[in-house]
Design a protein around this ligand. Structure first.
Ligand code: NAP
Length: 333
């Protein structure tokens, strides 16, 4: 009989957690026992895995006994407290929160880019920020070919990036507006329905948000490129699922659209959708629930030397979270 692994999913009832369970199932990860963990509020809830009910348990200090993998997506404070306990119990932790990403002892991994880094792990492997991961799926192959020096980018980020409560907020606000009722806000500081918010995460003293700085900081670590620079504006848009990013990238070597297209066509986990004459380009609506990210709108940047503009879109619940985490676990089995 082939070897199986006992897997704990922490935050199993959340937007990412639900995708994690489905991704383990769809990719036939060799799961022995599956343990679904969440807060006390969700204990007793049942979720399906390979057609059978699995009961959600409350996360406690003893939850990891007998587990070999722990996939965390319950926020930074939970990761900070419980990931070390999971490691102590013998698990390899793949963490979706930002808690350990910049820790020099923790590999930060996108398997298509720096999969070999998993070998350095000491129990915890971090999953990157979702907008960064999706951008790098297109930027990294171009960097290998032409040497990226810096990017300017704007993101168009779906509400599911904020979690299950934000999906409900967009649904509720659309319904309230259609019915002519007052709009109520719980998650975002402003109405998100029929609006765009130039704020993702909290502000730093520099005027950038924390989310905006992840592109440069995490990008440097993942691409092994310590001088990479990124000036980013992150924007929340009333899209349910899949983030998009408009990127202007500058390269050390001359780059043509044709040469870039050839590079991107060969890139793993990436589709090229780029036929302006037919209005064909990546759309978040159609990238939702897809494993691959997609790139299009390739053109020479008219304001940068050796510059290329592109538009990349990808399901942030999958490549930005659950899929990437399961791919990392796959590298270890
Ligand atoms: N959403 C994305 O696209 C995305 C992408 C990359 C990374 N991430 C990261 O993934 C994490 C989860 O995000 P999400 O969007 O899935 O959020 P979410 O939908 O709000 O889900 C949060 C999950 O954490 C659980 N949880 C909350 N407090 C807990 C506690 N005290 N003990 C145990 N479990 C607790 C929740 O359980 P209950 O249901 O019981 O409350 C739920 O399962 C965050 O760190 C986020 O930054 C998210």
């Amino acid at each position: 009989m082939s070897k199986t692994y006992n897997v704990a999913v922490v935050g199993a009832t959340g937007a990412v957690g639900i995708e994690m369970i489905q991704t383990l199932e769809k990719r036939n990860f060799p799961v022995g026992q599956l343990k679904l963990l969440a807060s006390r509020r969700s204990a007793g809830r049942k979720l399906k895995f390979h057609g059978r009910d699995v009961t959600v348990e409350e996360l406690t200090q003893d939850s990891f006994d007998g587990m070999q993998f722990a996939l965390f997506s319950a926020g930074s404070s939970i990761s900070k407290e419980f990931a070390p306990l999971a490691v102590k119990a013998g698990c390899v932790v793949v963490d979706n929160s930002s808690c350990f990403r910049m820790d020099p002892n923790v590999p930060l991994v996108v398997p298509e880019i720096n999969g070999d880094d998993v070998k350095q792990h000491k129990g915890i492997i971090a999953n990157p920020n979702c907008t960064t991961a999706i951008t790098l799926m297109a930027l990294y192959p171009l960097h290998v070919a032409f040497g990226c020096t810096r990017i300017f980018a704007s993101s168009y980020q779906a509400v599911s990036g904020t979690g299950a409560k934000a999906i409900a907020e967009l649904e509720r606000q659309v319904d309230q507006i259609v019915k002519g009722q007052p709009v109520t806000k719980e998650v975002y500081p402003h109405q998100i329905a029929f609006n765009v918010l130039p704020q993702v995460d909290s502000f730093l003293p520099t005027g950038y948000t924390k989310e905006e700085m992840k592109m440069e900081n995490e990008g440097r670590k993942i691409m092994h490129h310590p001088t990479f620079r990124a000036s980013v504006t992150c924007v929340r848009v009333p899209v349910y699922r899949a983030h998009s990013v408009a990127v202007s990238a500058e390269f050390a070597k001359p780059v043509t659209v044709e040469a870039a297209r050839e590079v991107l066509k060969q890139a793993p986990g990436l589709d090229v959708i780029d036929n302006p004459a037919k209005s064909e380009y990546p759309l978040p609506l159609y990238q939702a629930e897809k494993y691959n990210c997609a790139v299009g709108r390739l053109r020479k940047d008219c304001a940068l030397d050796n510059g290329l503009c592109f538009w990349v879109s990808g399901d942030q619940l999958l490549k930005g979270a659950a899929l990437n985490a399961v791919q990392i676990a796959e590298l270890l089995v």
